[in-house]
Design a protein around this ligand. Sequence first.
Ligand SMILES: NC(=O)c1ccc[n+]([C@@H]2O[C@H](COP(=O)([O-])OP(=O)(O)OC[C@H]3O[C@@H](n4cnc5c(N)ncnc54)[C@H](OP(=O)(O)O)[C@@H]3O)[C@@H](O)[C@H]2O)c1
Length: 273
Amino acid sequence: MYMPSIVDGVKVTDKLIMASRICDSVLVTGSNRGIGLELVRQLADSPLPPVQIFAGCRDPNGPRSQELAQKHHDVITVVQLDTTSPTSIAEASKLVEAKLKGKGLNLIINNAGVNIPGSLVETGKQEMVDVFTTNVVGPMLIAKDFHPLLCKAAAQFPHQTSMSCSRSAIINVSTLLSSIKRCPENFSVSPMYPYRVSKAALNMLTCCLAEDFRKDGILVMSLHPGWVQTEMGGPEAPLTTLESISSMLKVITSLTEKESGTLLDWEGKNIPW
Ligand SMILES: NC(=O)c1ccc[n+]([C@@H]2O[C@H](COP(=O)([O-])OP(=O)(O)OC[C@H]3O[C@@H](n4cnc5c(N)ncnc54)[C@H](OP(=O)(O)O)[C@@H]3O)[C@@H](O)[C@H]2O)c1
């Protein structure tokens, strides 16, 4: 059996992951707080950070992302990105393209998301449309507009047939509550019609894009961060953003073509559709 050795209290495998650059360039949407902000923070603080981190925020002048960007001004660019606005997405893709100066974009983490908790009685057309617009339509338009930059990144690895996040990938931040198979065991705890239905649709987007972009060498998968202490997750959640994201980044680093078109959790365990 494989047993990783321990050095300085850290597994050697973890040290190797931390010592290698996750990718050259990454865009994280919804970076103003919660999971998105911590993703940007841990990526920037890693021993070998990406050369360019694009922190997508609805309000690029928000104090938290600005503070982080000032600390890592050589690495982080805050980009105005409202994922409900096709114009904002198109302009963000042009800005990122200009900043990359002819290079491709390796990784997009579609993290921006909303939850309007709602039982059937509380849920109407507007709630469904609002949550769908952010959680499904946004990631779809981002994939479409940034596709040329992802293709360019994949093509910069001409001798590589395998897929990875260091080459070219989209990670859609999903949830356990999106799983149709697991719905009977957790529905009564959190009915959340708009959220569950939208994230199940996001998973289908993941599957469609994984098939569509396979020919381009672009990996696409869905990742559940766990139940995390954020404004959305609430204070009772068992995981801190620090714990969830450090584990998610290990999973992201280890992804190959085998995981394209799958739904995994923050520890790399498979979740059934
Ligand atoms: N926390 C959990 O337990 C949990 C569990 C499973 C999955 N998730 C998923 O993880 C992701 C992040 O969740 P979180 O817990 O960090 O939530 P959060 O604390 O509510 O933060 C959500 C982030 O998304 C941004 N956002 C919302 N709508 C946006 C839009 N139209 N355009 C751009 N950004 C937008 C928000 O921006 P503003 O700051 O401008 O509002 C905020 O930065 C979501 O996709 C969520 O579904 C979370």
